[in-house]
Design a protein around this ligand. Sequence first.
Ligand SMILES: [Fe+2]
Length: 457
Amino acid sequence: MTVTEPGPLPGGPLSDEWGTESLRTRVAELLERARARTRVLTEAVDEADLVAQHSPLMSPLVWDLAHVGSQEELWLVRDVGGREPLRPEIDGLYDAFQHSRASRVELPLLDPSEARAYVAEVREKALDALGASPLRGRRLVEQGFAFGMIVQHEQQHDETMLSTHQLRAGPPVLHAPPPPAAAASPAVAEVLVPAGPFTMGTDTEPWALDNERPAHVVDLPAFRIDAAPVTNGAYAAFVDAGGYDDPRWWSERGWAHRVEGGLVAPQFWERDGDTWWRRRFGVLEPVPAAEPVCHVCFFEAEAYATWAGKRLPTEAEWEKAARCDPSTGRSRRFPWGDDEPTPALANLGQRHLQPAPVGAYPAGASPLGVHQMVGDVWEWTTSGWHPYPGFSVFPYPEYSQVFFGGDYRVLRGGSFGTDAAAIRSTFRNWDHPIRRQIFSGFRCARNVEPGSGPEGA
Ligand SMILES: [Fe+2]
């Protein structure tokens, strides 16, 4: 099945100037765009594949499908729309907190045709609620927030389902054109980010989630950050230099995990003679050297950085490098500015089913000249998962708050599997440091040595 071209989002950023009708139109387009993606991912395989568990790390695809409908029903049909529950008896089955991913295959789930009928009925009622809601007067619906939250939720599950596709065995069922070639590589390998304050997080992004709020000033010393994500070629040099055999490069915990998990290279890589190959959505192909490395866990990223004489960036460093415009001191919505992503700016939306080579998106670079911060691969940071100062729960604690302080590391920037509606420079993702079935890569940073010049140049 060919992956459809989602196209850029219409218009600029949401703001108070949007009239209610144009906001409704946009919400409806985004809901349909998410659903089109969900259809691609759930219609590309047969029924047996939909109900199967392809990995204990993942739900059966048919669970994701009905869960997307269940969340939409809870928020848009019951809460915003004030309607009676459609299927109250299934609420518990699709509550992510009641059942681990590994156990969901055992549940009496809706079968594929029931799940499709359910999500279609929910969508019809959600669109009724959209038509009836004034989209103001109550924080949950102000500027379409609840609808934006559900759009992002479905798109997040679409990325999760894409990970399930990557883990399933068998011939390829998803197809997409290759990403663009490198047009202009970064001028330098590392960029100096000058010392000083910047605004992290947001108060103004209408659909930002609670964990991205509030905006607050963070003052950082100068640091250097890689102008592009670490490539497969660079990472292969680490592997080939015996990086997985030398505990010097690994944290104690990382080394223990490397040994226990038998890690020898990124997930889905295998060596044949002198060549590294990878399996990508059922296709076995030589690992492309210029592409950002993908499917590495936090501990692997950390070990590479140590081997390279660097470190991983903190979350604040990542965001400053992505957003800060030193000429104005302003923080942008995206590295390239405030406009929505387009196919020329970033590799998003499952438009291509792999990261693009370094240098493929020169127009998407940040003012400081940092490339490919949004799209391609999620980037591990050293930061744990914590609330910003002044955090308040909205609209429910199970989105972010219950995870704060857990065994997680923050990832930033989205991947080729992330839709534009579910990413921005303030967006925060988190996962366990051992996870690598996600589309995760990284870039390195390092301190500016004292006495190396007025700006550390
Ligand atoms: Fe969910």
